[in-house]
Design a protein around this ligand. Structure first.
Ligand code: ADP
Ligand code: MG
Length: 303
């Protein structure tokens, strides 16, 4: 179990994180969410032991994680970290990078593990290619596979799919998160992409104003988004009578008191996102059909 107890940290007197407290169980997948600059990467760095804490303690089971003041070499066998920069060896091949830290005393196991990981990150065909010739997304996949190679007990992923194109993102996510669950590897993933969270994360920790704003399951937060910050993570939303209403919760009806004037339609694939004036406010709702501009529409909140 990972325990983060009352952690505070500043960069040169500028506070980044204040009084952060949470635990993560073995095998759990926890997403760290927050706007850019909210301290997601800093938190992962602290858990990895890259910086000295200003206050608080971090434990992985009985093992206290200490910063560079106490350790000559940063990093632990049981923990791997895939940072936003990948830190690969450019002049050797993909498979050599992945197998870099695997023992040569067990050549068959090394080969089997490397083959398995090449499949997880969908790089089998590029196994013999030198890393320096790869694209950013391909390098990111090599970094993921290398971090998984020694089967850590816990892995820290910082925006792990940010460089990967949309064509491959979906299946890669499924492969990586399924692999982690199958091997019972604890995973902390910092992201601002809801696709990295929904369907995979057991819990979401939302950072805001240097603190944990909420720590709950995605289902609970989606059903009861306490703040606009949380609602915005799940999609378009409106505030009607001081209540958060998602765009998909506004339905067109025959007659109602909510009369809106259509301004614009945005094609979203299986629906249109319609922008409209409701009194003096802008609202968004979803509609199967394109709506005529300036048309007056009756809306109802269906939660
Ligand atoms: P996030 O990953 O959520 O985008 P970061 O953890 O990278 O946020 O950054 C949190 C805050 O700390 C930001 O205000 C950022 O400017 C600052 N910061 C990050 N790294 C450093 C650093 N090495 N030195 C000084 N300030 C930093
Ligand atoms: Mg970051």
């Amino acid at each position: 179990m990972l325990q983060v107890k009352n952690l505070s940290f500043s960069f040169k007197k500028t506070p980044v994180l204040i009084g952060i407290d949470f635990t993560v169980k073995q095998g759990e997948n926890v997403a760290i969410i927050g706007e850019s600059g909210s301290g997601k990467s800093t938190l992962l760095n602290l858990i990895y032991g890259e910086f000295d804490l200003e206050q608080g303690e971090i434990f992985w089971n009985d093992h206290q994680i200490l910063g560079p003041k106490y350790n000559l070499v940063v990093g632990y066998e049981f923990m791997k970290y895939v940072s936003q920069e990948f830190d690969l060896m450019p002049f050797i091949t993909v498979e050599e990078n992945i197998g870099k830290h695997l023992s040569n005393f067990f050549p068959e196991e090394k080969k089997a593990r490397t083959t398995e990981l090449l499949e997880v990150v969908e790089l089998t065909e590029l196994a013999k290619t030198k890393v320096k010739t790869l694209s950013g997304g391909q390098k990111q996949r090599v970094a993921l596979a290398r971090a998984l190679a020694k089967q850590p007990e816990i892995i820290l992923l910082d925006e792990p799919f940010s460089h990967i194109d949309n064509f491959q993102k979906q299946s890669l996510r499924r492969n990586v998160f399924k692999y982690l669950k199958d091997k019972n590897i604890t995973c902390l993933v910092a992201t601002h992409d809801k696709e990295d969270v929904l369907g995979y994360a057991d819990r979401m920790i939302v950072l805001n104003n240097h603190k944990i704003a909420v720590n709950n399951s995605p289902e609970q937060l989606f059903l009861n988004p306490e703040t606009p910050l949380i609602a915005s993570f799940f999609g378009e939303f409106n505030i009607i009578d001081n209540t958060i209403v998602y765009a998909h919760q506004l339905k067109i009806v025959e007659q109602s008191n909510l009369k809106a004037t259509v301004i614009e339609n945005y094609f979203k694939g299986s629906y249109y996102l319609v922008e409209a004036y409701l009194n003096d406010d802008i609202v968004f709702f979803e509609s199967k059909h394109k709506q005529a501009l300036n048309k007056i529409i009756n809306l109802e909140v269906c939660k």
